[in-house]
Write a protein that binds this ligand. Structure first.
Ligand SMILES: [Mn+2]
Length: 321
């Protein structure tokens, strides 16, 4: 990484009296892992900091060392208490869930933006954005290495959780030589792989898998476009009495599908909106560009968007109205 960026990062951190480490709303393993490691880094430097992520926070993160640090209720923090924001794994302000509050900050308010989303808007005073990186955790780890920061067992576990989450356990196209190499070095730092696997990967209950069955049974193929689609309605969630967390992973699981160019999962949200999630493993297809045409964003191989509308069952499929 560019030494000028590293110097600027150090300067901003040392100048700050109290920092807020932040990630996107409903944080995944990469957001939580990279931010917990970063918060530990600030602690080690003796720099006061808080960690905020608008909830809900997945229970599969309960095992992460430092989990108790995470503040997920915006009512309980005040942005005016901080003089630096370090935003991790977040492509734009909208994804934080507190866009208006961030926009209301004074123009000169320093934000450090560390991320790997291709659609990142470079909103920081310092932008360390690398779409080639498997995960934000991988970027944070390489920062630590360049700063000669001694990575603890806990930080290594948090960072490896990020790598495993965003590479779908080293199976999706984000998996690269450098991500595997970083994972190896994190193991050398004492990352607890067994604990990560059992909490992040082997954590589905019988009810959840039965529910996945319903969603999978609805898969429909549009042969012309090469898109396979499924839907998740609000009634599904109510009937199964499962929370959204239960759905986590079903979209990524569809990457196992052979023969389709891409997969689209449409999920009805409570407030009359629909969330679409694209996945693809097809070389040359960039679903973040597709998602962007619907006002969303993400990565080349995994991207999403939210649009107003509701899902209506019609003969032979579903329609958005
Ligand atoms: Mn990520």
């Amino acid at each position: 990484m560019n030494q000028i960026l590293i110097n600027k990062l150090e300067q901003l951190i040392f100048r700050a009296k109290k920092s807020l480490v932040m990630v996107h709303q409903k944080p995944d393993g990469d957001a939580l892992g990279s931010a917990l490691a970063f918060s530990e880094f600030l602690d080690a430097l003796g720099k006061p900091n808080d960690f905020f992520a608008l909830g809900p926070i997945t229970t599969s993160a309960d095992f992460l060392p430092g989990r108790e640090k995470i503040k997920s209720d915006f009512g309980k923090i005040s942005l005016s208490d901080y003089d630096l924001i370090i935003m991790l794994d977040c492509g734009d302000f909208k994804q934080t869930g507190i866009e208006a509050e961030l926009r209301a900050l004074p123009a000169e308010f320093p934000i450090i933006n560390i991320d790997h989303h291709q659609t990142n808007e470079n909103f920081g005073i310092l932008n360390i954005v690398d779409p080639e990186s498997s995960s934000t955790a991988e970027i944070v780890f390489s920062l630590f290495e360049q700063l000669n920061f001694p990575v603890s067992k806990n930080a290594a576990t948090a960072l490896l959780t990020g790598l495993i989450t965003d590479t779908a356990n080293f199976s999706n196209p984000a998996t690269t030589f450098s991500s595997l190499e970083a994972a190896g070095r994190l193991l050398a730092h004492g990352a607890k792989l067994g604990e990560i696997s059992s909490n992040v990967l082997q954590n589905k209950s019988l009810d959840v898998l039965k529910f996945w069955g319903i969603i999978l049974s609805r898969l429909t193929e549009n042969k012309e476009l090469g898109i396979v689609t499924t839907v998740i309605t609000q009634e599904d969630l109510e009937l199964a009495n499962l929370d959204e967390e239960a759905l986590e992973g079903v979209t990524n699981f569809l990457n196992n599908l052979k023969g389709a160019k891409m997969v689209l999962v449409l999920k009805a949200l409570e407030d009359g909106k629909i969330k679409g999630s694209f996945r693809t493993t097809t070389p040359g297809i960039d679903v973040s560009r597709l998602a962007k045409t619907f006002g969303g964003g993400g990565h080349a191989k995994a991207a999403g968007f939210t649009i107003p509308g509701k899902l209506v069952k019609i003969e032979g499929g579903w329609r958005i109205e």
